[in-house]
Design a protein around this ligand. Structure first.
Ligand code: BTN
Length: 323
């Protein structure tokens, strides 16, 4: 896209709905008001919904529903997360691509695709990745022992939940890493790791959020338990702005993870979660545990108290609510 058009979009985005006059835009860019008008007309043809009033100026009502990597860079408020963004219109799986490049790239690199042909979920399940979602993988290189890996997943769950709540969506975390709205899944997180001698080399945080996904495009079994941001808000969301706020939240949480006591993160996770206090059935590779979820350990394990008052610390498994 032409630099002047990009600059106009950036000015209008930053004004967040306050009208900006053609005069003001023209002065900022060193072009005439007539040129500004010409660019506005061209942007409208490209799907940008720019309202204009001769008295007040221009307002950007909506953008085409595509992630705009250049725009992202201009609005991103982070220094580490998203310092390098690799954008694709389609991939097999962003986690696969992240895995391939992780050893060579710096921490904070993000891989993002408009659609995935073979999106992967937890426990070997397929992740339906139609257009309108945010399908991304974040490469992190924390100096932590492998046994603390689950902590990173909890941190990501907090970041996604905060980003959704900042949009007015009443999101809650279901252990270990589903984000739900009114009991329906809006986001899933797939954490993968490369480690040597018990020490983490890099972590791939694969995050899938149904932002503007049309629920009718999901298969019946998935649709039954899913929702999307647009479905909850009753209107589509600008995914580029949402991505910027998600990456900002991820950076805030990651900085806290590296600098503060983990207990602080556990407290926030418990506040945002709807798992603690619920009766659960957790299936692990070894057994099925039924009881009440009563806490999270320092390692990120779920603590379940069974009927015989025996405590189980579960580091990984499939959790269902039974109440
Ligand atoms: C889950 O089963 O809840 C986890 C879903 C994770 C989906 C995301 S989408 C981006 C990244 N790439 C993948 O193939 N999977 C993750």
């Amino acid at each position: 896209m032409n630099d002047n058009k990009k600059a106009i979009i950036s000015i209008l985005r930053k004004s967040e709905g306050t009208p900006v006059s053609g005069q003001e835009i023209g002065e900022k860019l060193g072009i005439t008001r007539a040129m500004v008008w010409k660019y506005i007309k061209a942007l409208r043809k490209e799907g940008y919904d720019v309202r204009s009033s001769p008295k007040t100026g221009y307002i950007l009502d909506s953008c085409p529903d595509k992630i705009d990597p250049e725009m992202l860079q201009s609005i991103l408020k982070t220094t580490l997360i998203g310092s390098d963004v690799h954008y694709y219109s389609e991939l097999e799986s962003t986690n696969n691509t992240a895995r391939e490049i992780a050893p060579q790239v710096s921490e904070g690199t993000v891989i993002i695709a408009e659609t995935q042909k073979s999106g992967r979920g937890r426990l070997g399940k397929e992740w339906q990745s139609v257009s309108g979602g945010l399908w991304l993988s974040l490469i992190l290189k924390p100096s932590i022992p492998l046994e603390n890996l689950s902590r990173v997943t909890l941190v990501a769950g907090i970041a996604v939940t905060n980003a959704l709540r900042s949009m007015g969506v009443d999101a809650h975390i279901k252990w270990p890493n589903d984000v739900l709205v009114k009991g329906k899944k809006i986001c899933g997180i797939l954490t993968e790791v490369s480690a040597e001698i018990g020490k983490v080399d890099y972590v791939i945080l694969g995050i899938g959020i149904n932002v503007n996904v049309k629920l009718s495009e999901l298969t019946d079994d998935v649709r039954r338990n899913s929702t999307s941001v647009s479905n909850e808000m009753g209107k589509p969301l600008d995914r580029t702005s949402f991505l910027a706020s998600l990456l900002y939240e991820l950076e805030q949480q990651y900085i806290r993870f590296k600098t503060r006591q983990f207990a602080e993160i556990v407290d926030e996770w418990i506040n945002l979660s709807d798992t603690i206090g619920r009766n659960v059935r957790v299936k692990t590779p070894a057994m099925l545990i039924e009881g009440k979820a009563i806490g999270i350990t320092e390692k990120g394990a779920l603590v379940v108290l069974d009927q015989n008052d025996k405590k189980h610390e579960i580091i990984a498994g499939n959790c269902r609510y039974s109440d």
